[in-house]
Design a protein around this ligand. Structure first.
Ligand code: SF4
Length: 419
């Protein structure tokens, strides 16, 4: 490392829900020169660490005070405001956002709303889960259900569930049996000890048969269900099964998602009869699990919380997208990276007076009337974020960002609003 460079260790990457906290950033002239240990996705997430510093009202640069005063005007005038939490903000900022939503009597929603099936299934049925650390230490059979983490959760296998040595997996990968279940065109991991192919149309039936066998309602020798019965046997003979599924699959909305999520939850529960099993649901990055946690501890619900009645009300099937579609929302406060906001929400926001506070808010496609650029949590801002398994991790501010952090800008807005 040259004298002009410095290393910042133990940085947490929020490029995906793995939230790897072993990243070393090499910083040169306040730019990221290298992100050691990060995967390709993580390197892209850190980028060169540059941040835009704009504060604008109606496209013109202004002071933070004037921007927040205008933001408060817009939000105060709204009859049905929306507060929307996007990616790349800390739990500290999320907490300020909840307070603003409460004060405004707003609809409060997050990225989770667009991929809520696994959260709703867990709420309906409970969930046999575990930290990624427990899977690393104990899992000896790992079943990837229609997901290959290599693309969207690249270090999941090397850090948590397949390769690392653990207390009950002393030889790492060699101590574990990996089963890939390919569902329709969704291929599971390439490096598997066994593969099972399930037609997309048969997926729910296959999960139902697995559950019935685990509960002893169907004999595992039943030839009608071979090779599902064989998979069931492998799981039931394991000491500890990790059942890995994607909580936020890419692609268009999937009608089967709620039933699939519930079938996976109940299969993991059933397997805790003959053996031990934890369901690991893969989640995206940007601290979206943190938003679920913060909103739950503040309101009792993880997302889609409506403060309009004067108290928090859960509307999981009528979140931001549905309200925007119905034309109910008349102003919006969008907090976080606008690039992470789903396209249907962006399209509706373009027709509303909006306030954007977050990393590169001034570049938002929905062109907010007020834009306050802040830093990216984990690059320019410190604080707390949650990994996909709900383990909180510290964030380090490795680079200098815009003068106002997301949390401090929101706090100042909250004061403007008189909250
Ligand atoms: S696996 Fe995810 S959290 Fe880890 S370095 Fe890659 S993108 Fe970042």
């Amino acid at each position: 490392m040259s004298p002009a460079e410095r290393a910042v260790e133990h940085v947490t990457c929020l490029g995906c829900g793995c939230a790897c906290d072993d990243i070393t950033l090499v910083v040169k002239q306040d730019r990221v020169a290298a992100a050691r240990n990060a995967c390709t996705l993580g390197v892209a997430w850190f980028g060169d660490g540059s941040a835009s510093h704009e504060v604008r009202v109606d496209g013109r640069s202004t002071s933070l005070e004037q921007a927040l005063a205008r933001a408060a005007e817009i939000l105060r005038a709204a009859k049905r405001p929306l507060v929307y939490l996007a990616a790349d903000i800390s739990c500290e900022a999320q907490r300020e956002a909840v307070a603003i939503g409460d004060h405004l009597g707003a609809m409060l929603d997050t990225l989770t709303s667009a991929a809520a099936a696994s959260v709703l299934a867990a709420q309906r049925r409970g969930r046999a889960g575990a930290t990624l650390g427990e899977l690393r230490q104990r899992a000896d059979v790992i079943v990837f259900w229609g997901v290959d983490p290599a693309t969207r959760y690249p270090r999941f296998a090397s850090r948590y569930a397949v390769e690392p040595r653990g207390l009950q997996a002393p030889d790492g990968r060699r101590s574990r049996r990996v089963v890939a279940v390919d569902v329709g065109s969704s291929r599971a991991v390439a490096d598997a000890d066994a593969r099972v192919a399930v037609a997309a149309a048969d997926e729910l039936d296959a999960l139902g048969v697995l559950r019935a066998i685990a509960q002893g309602r169907v004999a595992s020798e039943d030839a009608r269900f071979h090779p599902i019965a064989e998979l069931a046997r492998a799981m039931m003979q394991a000491r500890y099964v990790a059942l890995v599924a994607d909580g936020e699959p890419a692609g268009p909305p999937d009608d089967l998602a709620p039933d699939r999520a519930e079938a996976l939850v109940t299969l993991a529960q059933a397997l805790n009869g003959p053996t031990r099993c934890a369901l690991a649901t893969l989640r995206g990055g940007g601290n979206r699990s943190g938003a679920d946690a913060v909103i739950t501890w503040q309101t009792g619900f993880p997302f889609a919380v409506d403060f309009a009645p004067g108290y928090p009300t859960y509307r999981p099937h009528a979140g931001a997208a549905a309200l925007l579609d119905a034309g109910e929302v008349d102003a919006a406060l969008v907090i976080g990276s606008p690039a992470s906001v789903p396209a249907p929400v962006v399209n509706r926001l373009t027709r509303l007076p909006a306030v954007g506070i977050g990393p590169r808010a001034s570049a938002a496609l929905f062109q907010p009337a007020v834009a306050v650029d802040t830093g990216v949590a984990g690059i320019h801002e410190s604080g707390t974020a949650f990994r996909m398994d709900d383990v909180p991790l510290p964030l380090r501010a490795a680079l200098t960002g815009p003068p106002s952090t997301t949390a401090s800008a929101l706090h100042a807005l909250r004061q403007q609003l008189g909250a």
